[in-house]
Design a protein around this ligand. Structure first.
Ligand SMILES: [Zn+2]
Length: 508
């Protein structure tokens, strides 16, 4: 008896269709799986045999060959347990229904229960693309799978349910469709809670509007983390497409659950400074996404920047240019998207009080210089905006003045983002921070006044060509916030004030 069942495989974020063929024939009883299956797949045999026994089914006493197609693609993982089981049941005649438009994924326990999987959403999206009408997934993953849209999702708890479903004895109930309400996008923190810090808030507003990276320098307790943490509250709400894109990555990493099936808020990731390069950028034998990809469409916050391993920080440079990271492995290379706003914070010296208005720095001479020099020039260059965060004065803390809400700031950000969407339509460029050299002059026209002013500063401050580009890109964002097409002197001067700290702390 022969049967064929549809399933799906996954490598990195790439899901692909897999056919599970079974052939039952007379001969010495055996159970073989062929078709470039790895160890995890081969171990299926033991789980499936035990599962059959546990639910009181007879495992076929025959020659049983399972072939996974296409033969040329490596299959890895435990998601084939369920489709292989269904294929055997079909070959045995336990299921007679038509399953041509059904796909199955799931790992089994020895008791026949269906165990949740990582990466369910990308696999179900692929099933939809392949024209599948029904998917059978682990019950825990059903809600996440339903985000794929046009498909009926059945959550399976135990393999015995498959038989009673197809016999019509006890059909499974399709999973509810996932919906995202405006409340789900809502983030409870607000800039209204942060007193004072006008300049830092402005820098973060520009960052949100143009996708610029920000470096904050200031003593401990000045509120750097509090400021950074609220950045997602002024970014435009995640679109449904962005939500699916980000959920795919979190799903592959195993961070989705029954309670949190989908990423509906802009991610805010803040890895500890002890993180490894693989943890930051992704890695492992079957490469898992790193923090930069988990922060995709959101914010990556690196607190205590000089404490991070220098090699780990240098690994960030390429993804910051490309908006993605490629991890090469013998089994093939995996690409993960990594488009995020980078916010970093640091103390000015090891004790934290260098340049402090009231407290004394207790570090040995040169310690402050050595400390900041742990940040390499090329990395420092990638921060379009640098801002000093001073301790909040008592005056601000005790003031009854109401601070501007995140919503009010977000409305300005949204306006600037819409201008950029129109400007960059069809170019693949996402925001002002990512303007490429070929269109730089076309999209960043300056008034004569602005050109003269910039030239003057350029000579006086001894800026590099790269710094020049960065200033103009930030000025582009500020002009967009004003709804102005040609960049004016005012916009340049506002941008320049966020470019002085490298000279103050890193200069000679
Ligand atoms: Zn110090």
């Amino acid at each position: 008896m022969y049967a064929k069942i549809n399933s799906l495989g996954l490598f990195g974020l790439n899901a692909f269709p897999v056919g599970v063929e079974t052939q039952l024939s007379r001969g010495t009883p055996c159970f073989d799986i062929v078709g470039l299956a790895d160890m995890a797949v081969k171990e299926s045999r033991e789980r499936i045999r035990a599962a059959f026994r546990s639910v009181g089914l007879q495992f076929p006493l025959a020659r049983l060959i399972v072939n996974l197609t296409p033969a040329g693609t490596k299959k890895t993982g435990s998601m084939f347990d369920l489709p292989i089981t269904v294929a055997i049941m079909k070959a045995q005649g336990l299921i007679t229904a038509d399953t041509d438009k059904c796909a199955f994924i799931g790992e089994l326990t020895l008791s026949g229960d269906v165990h949740p999987l990582n990466g369910v959403l990308p696999m179900v999206l692929c099933a939809v693309k392949e024209g599948m009408e029904e998917v059978f997934v682990p019950a825990e993953n059903a809600f996440e799978a339903s985000a794929a849209g046009n498909v009926t999702v059945y959550g399976v708890t135990n393999i015995s349910e498959i038989i009673t479903h197809f016999s019509g004895e006890k059909p499974l109930t399709p999973s509810e469709k996932i919906t995202i309400s405006p409340e789900d996008y809502y983030i409870h923190e607000d800039y209204a809670d942060v007193k004072g810090q006008v300049l830092a808030k402005k820098a973060l507003e520009y960052a949100a509007a143009g996708g610029h990276n920000v470096l904050m320098i200031g003593p401990p307790g000045s509120g750097k983390s509090m400021l950074a943490k609220r950045l997602p509250t002024i970014l435009p709400a995640l679109t449904f497409e962005e939500s699916i894109e980000t959920t795919n990555i979190h799903s592959v990493a195993g961070f989705t659950s029954k309670e949190n099936p989908i990423v509906s808020k802009r991610p805010f990731r803040s890895p500890h400074h002890t993180i490894s390069g693989a943890g930051m950028c992704g890695g492992g034998q079957i490469p898992r996404p790193g923090e930069i990809s988990l922060a995709h469409n959101g914010v990556l916050f690196l607190d205590e920047l000089p404490e991070f391993d220098k090699r780990t920080l240098d690994m960030l440079r390429q993804p910051l240019e490309d908006n993605k990271v490629t991890i090469a492995r013998a089994a093939g290379s995996v690409e993960y998207p990594a488009f995020f706003v980078l916010i970093a914070a640091m103390n000015p010296c090891p004790c934290g009080f260098f340049n402090h208005p009231t407290k004394k720095c207790i570090c040995p001479p040169n310690a402050a210089r050595n400390y900041v020099n742990r940040i390499s020039g090329p990395l420092l260059d990638r921060f379009d905006l640098q801002v000093e965060v001073s301790p909040v004065e008592f005056k601000s803390l005790s003031s009854a003045k109401k601070e501007e809400s995140s919503q009010a700031i977000r409305e300005r950000v949204q306006k600037a983002r819409e201008i950029q969407q129109r400007r960059f339509a069809g170019t693949g460029i996402s925001c002002n921070a990512r303007i490429t050299a070929d269109i730089f002059h076309e999209v960043c026209p300056l008034t004569q006044d602005a050109t003269d002013f910039l030239e003057n500063i350029f000579d006086r401050m001894g800026l590099s060509a790269r710094a020049y580009d960065r200033i103009v890109k930030v000025a582009r964002t500020i002009a967009d916030m004003d709804g102005v097409q040609v960049i004016e002197k005012l916009h340049i001067s506002k941008a320049v004030q966020f470019r002085t700290l490298d000279r103050k702390y890193w200069g000679n």
